[in-house]
Design a protein. Structure first.
Length: 74
C-alpha cells in the first residue's frame, strides 16, 4: 500500500516536505521505511545482530535519510 505524508511523518517524526515526497516516491511500504529508519539511526546494532546490508528500496531510503541528516548537520 502506498504511503501518504502522514504515514511517513508517523515513522520519521517532523520531516521536511521534500524528504517526505522523496520517500513516498520510492513506493516503499511503512515496514520498509521503519527498517530503513532503524538502519540509518543504529546500523552498528543491526550489524551486531548479524543482519546483512539492506538492498532495494530499503537501501534507497537509507540513502535519503542519511543525506537529510548530513544536510541538517551543516
Amino acid at each position: 500500500m502506498t504511503m501518504i505524508s502522514g504515514d511517513v511523518i508517523a515513522i520519521l517524526g517532523p520531516a521536511d516536505e521534500t524528504l517526505v515526497a522523496e520517500v513516498i516516491a520510492t513506493g516503499a511500504t511503512q515496514a520498509e521505511l521503519a527498517e530503513a529508519f532503524a538502519w540509518a539511526n543504529n546500523d552498528e546494532a543491526l550489524f551486531g545482530e548479524g543482519r546483512r546490508l539492506p538492498t532495494g528500496r530499503i537501501a534507497v531510503l537509507i540513502d535519503l535519510l542519511s543525506a537529510d541528516e548530513e544536510e541538517q548537520d551543516k
